[in-house]
Design a protein around this ligand. Structure first.
Ligand SMILES: CC(C)(COP(=O)(O)OP(=O)(O)OC[C@H]1O[C@@H](n2cnc3c(N)ncnc32)[C@H](O)[C@@H]1OP(=O)(O)O)[C@@H](O)C(=O)NCCC(=O)NCCS
Length: 236
């Protein structure tokens, strides 16, 4: 049985999967658009399903609320379209570091979409039509024998929007999209030094399945390539 992590640990931003409110709407071009809303703010006196919250987490939640009380983000997730390319390239560029990627920083003009990354392989988080983050979810190579596997091979939130729960939202959306695609496993690779991203994946039920030790030499330091995967239940 896989674990989705503890939603209370996420600061209360995202509902557990079975309580979330996924909405599928028709996009302007007629295609399906995937939405996954942040949960509504709890009403005073509404304690239903409220888990006991450790003091440390209450403090953390209050910090989140402090920053966002006046403008609760209306962040939604949809499938990317060609026109998103520039915004995605900008986020990719702005979030590059040798902690996020073993590749040297690429020119800003480098196309975001390519042979293996079509718009339908990208889910974008947007707020008031402005793209604030994305996650790439694409079929694993060798589809003939790996058709049951999808891989996350790009995941970033614009620096000004990090720490708002958008990473959680995108991982939930990717999981739901993978289920729609009949996926049994989602795999990814993350640098050993990227502890923040690893913690986020672990909270969403991903497990470390392997480690290529000292796979990269980055800024004079050897860094592991960590292989993680999420097992999804077999379709009923
Ligand atoms: C990894 C990334 C996508 C997470 O996105 P995000 O929107 O900031 O994530 P969330 O707001 O959902 O927060 C995820 C966790 O990180 C924590 N966090 C947020 N900002 C943080 C910061 N500046 N430092 C440390 N932790 C932070 C949050 O508190 C949360 O932890 P919690 O669940 O215990 O509360 C984002 O940090 C990013 O774009 N990083 C650069 C690119 C990258 O590393 N991608 C992954 C490649 S494998």
């Amino acid at each position: 049985m896989m674990s989705y992590g503890d939603p209370d640990k996420w600061g209360g931003w995202i509902l557990p999967q079975d309580q979330a409110e996924p909405i599928v709407r028709k996009a302007a071009d007629g295609g399906d658009t995937f939405f996954d809303r942040l949960p509504p703010r709890r009403q005073r006196g509404d304690h239903r399903h409220r888990p006991r919250t450790p003091r440390r987490m209450k403090d953390k939640r209050m910090r989140h609320d402090h920053h966002h009380t006046s403008a609760r983000p209306q962040v939604a997730v949809r499938t990317a379209v060609e026109d998103d390319e520039r915004a995605l390239a900008l986020i990719d560029h702005a979030t590059w570091s040798f902690e996020a990627s073993p590749a040297p920083l690429w020119p800003l003009e480098t196309p975001f979409f390519d042979d293996r990354t079509a718009p339908e392989n990208v889910l974008v988080a947007h707020e008031n039509e402005r793209i604030v983050g994305y996650i790439k979810l694409r079929p694993a190579p060798m589809a003939a024998s790996s058709g049951h596997v999808q891989e996350v091979n790009g995941f970033a939130v614009a620096p000004a929007h990090q720490g708002r729960g958008i990473g959680h939202l995108l991982l939930n959306a990717a999981r739901q999209e993978a289920v729609i695609r009949g996926t049994r496993r989602i795999t990814l690779r993350v640098l050993g030094t990227n502890t923040r991203a690893q913690a986020l994946y672990l909270a969403h039920g991903y497990r470390v399945e392997g480690r290529l030790k000292d796979q990269f030499l980055l800024q004079g330091r050897y860094v592991d390539d960590v292989l993680m995967a999420l097992e999804l239940p077999a379709p009923a």
